[in-house]
Design a protein around this ligand. Structure first.
Ligand code: HEC
Length: 93
């Protein structure tokens, strides 16, 4: 029995890491996205879900951002459109 639980826990962990892992984001943006990341970003929790998706997709496409945009481009590079939507849903739940 305990083996099954270990396997299940492993699978759900992989799922979280691959899709919408926001732990890294929280390191800069704050646990509830209430901080100005590195003193430069907007307070993301005050943005609408639409704005967050547009910003993240813009960083990915290289069409959005301010002085620190390179930082965010590195963060979103590997995310798919679906990942971005899942992350935005997690931030604005
Ligand atoms: C290394 C620190 C760092 C990490 C990690 C990080 N960010 Fe950022 N984020 C920033 C900075 C700095 C900016 C402002 C960039 C700029 O000048 O455009 C920013 C901007 C943003 C913006 C747009 C806000 C604005 O000012 O227009 C969103 C949305 C955002 N981040 C979400 C995320 C998400 C979601 C993650 C995780 C996938 C993440 N960030 C990871 C530092 C970080």
């Amino acid at each position: 029995m305990s083996k099954i639980w270990t396997v299940l826990a492993g699978i759900s962990l992989i799922g979280t890491v691959a899709s919408a892992n926001i732990a890294l984001c929280q390191g800069c943006h704050g646990k509830n996205f209430e901080k100005k990341a590195m003193g430069k970003s907007k307070v993301v929790k005050d943005m609408s879900k639409k704005e967050i998706i547009a910003a993240l997709q813009g960083y990915k496409a290289g069409t959005y951002g301010g002085v620190m945009k390179r930082t965010m481009e590195g963060q979103v590079k590997k995310l798919s459109k679906k990942d971005i939507e899942a992350i935005a849903s997690k931030i604005k739940k």
